[in-house]
Design a protein around this ligand. Structure first.
Ligand code: ADP
Length: 369
């Protein structure tokens, strides 16, 4: 019942003659997973409860013809590919069914085993390709909608520091005191920094939405020290500590993984409390053959409970603190989806936050002997 690429092909065969059903089962049970039904109702029930890719029906059944059965199937289950078993005398019904798109192929009775087997395999391939295409279309539609929203919101957000700069320049122009120039410069610098950060995040976002993963071996020691190096100057008072248990190789898309860790570490640094005497950030990784469990812990401002489910939404900011952009955790969520990983956050307002991630080890599968 296994195809060459290891996928199971599930075939439903509907026929009122038990002998036909049994001989079909005997002929193909090693090649396909076969479900049989003696009437249309049973057939529909099986379609509702199984992921069937190919349906075969006999044209001559007592209560309903094969074509009529496919007509009903089409309304409720349009995806499985339909093959009709028919004799020569059914040629008119057959032509009609083909023209209306109700069937993919017809097979003359008595069937030729090789022909039927090849037809089922072809039908399954079409089913799989259509399904993949549908998934890609849905994915593209989602990304496209997000992109539209993203472009709209980012252009709006980029205009606000620009408008501030224009205002500051106007004020500076009418101010006659030259000693106030450094004040204006520093205000402009603040706005420019905000724009720069914003553009940096937009670039990260665009790099992150590419569809495919590039799997390489990843060392958590290295990822953590790179991330600390990138972030420690933002607040040199912060003590970083790392703990890595990695005795076996971990395979993953390194760019996406570093994007995730950098965004979490940058937040852990950014959302520290000014009055905390010992600000600290811990980075932990435990790797096994199945997954890596990564923890980023800080003793910063924390997040209020009501916001914990929303912080991963695009442009959501839990507070106005530090001029957040509300993109970082959205980038984390998107990248994590592509890695088939999960994230969980625990946080206590005023005490700190604890992010826990699990990411599958994409180790190259061992060939079975
Ligand atoms: P940004 O930090 O740019 O606002 P994020 O998407 O990275 O955007 O985060 C969303 C919100 O979640 C932030 O505005 C912040 O309020 C909250 N947040 C994220 N990480 C932390 C953290 N480690 N400690 C406290 N608050 C956090």
């Amino acid at each position: 019942m296994v195809n060459t690429d290891d996928t199971i092909i599930k075939v439903l065969y509907v026929d009122d003659e038990l002998n036909n059903l049994l001989s079909f089962q005997a002929a193909f049970r090693r090649r396909f997973e076969i479900l049989i039904a003696t009437n249309a109702t049973e057939g529909l029930e099986m379609l509702a409860n199984n992921d069937i890719s190919v349906i075969i029906a006999d044209q001559r059944m007592p209560k309903i013809t094969g074509v009529e059965f496919f007509n009903t199937v089409l309304q409720q289950f349009p995806d499985p590919i339909r093959i009709l078993l028919t004799g020569y005398s059914d040629i008119n019904a057959l032509a009609d069914a083909i023209n209306k798109g109700e069937i993919f192929r017809y097979i003359k009775k008595p069937w030729d085993q090789t022909e039927l087997q090849n037809t089922i395999i072809n039908a399954h391939e079409i089913y799989t390709t259509r399904r993949q295409l549908k998934q890609k279309m849905e994915e593209l539609e989602r990304v496209n909608n997000e992109l539209n929203r993203f472009v709209y919101s980012t252009s709006h957000d980029l205009r606000s520091p620009l408008a501030n700069i224009m205002g500051i320049l106007k004020m500076a122009n009418i101010d006659s005191k030259p000693e106030r120039a450094p004040e204006y410069f520093s205000m402009i610098e603040g706005c420019v920094k905000k724009m720069d950060l914003f553009i940096h995040k937009i670039i990260e976002y665009y790099k992150g939405i590419r569809l495919e993963n590039e799997i390489t071996e990843v060392q958590f020691d290295q990822l953590f020290s790179d991330s600390i190096e990138m972030n420690h100057m933002v607040n040199p008072a912060i003590q970083f500590s790392t703990k890595v248990n990695q005795d076996i190789p971990f395979y993953c898309d390194e760019f996406r993984l570093s994007l995730i860790i950098n965004n979490l570490v940058s937040n852990a640094v950014k959302y520290q409390r000014a009055d905390e005497p010992h600000p600290n950030v811990q980075l932990i990784a435990n790797v096994n053959e199945i997954e890596a469990r990564i923890e980023i812990i800080d003793n910063g401002v924390g997040i209020i409970e009501d916001h914990l489910t929303r912080i991963f939404d695009i442009f959501f900011r839990s507070s106005d603190f530090k001029n957040g952009l509300g993109i970082g955790l959205y980038i984390v969520k998107e990248a994590l989806n592509r890695l088939k990983g999960k994230i969980h956050v625990q946080s206590e307002f005023g005490k700190g936050s604890h992010f826990v991630l699990t990411i599958p080890n994409q180790a190259v599968p061992k060939l079975t002997e």
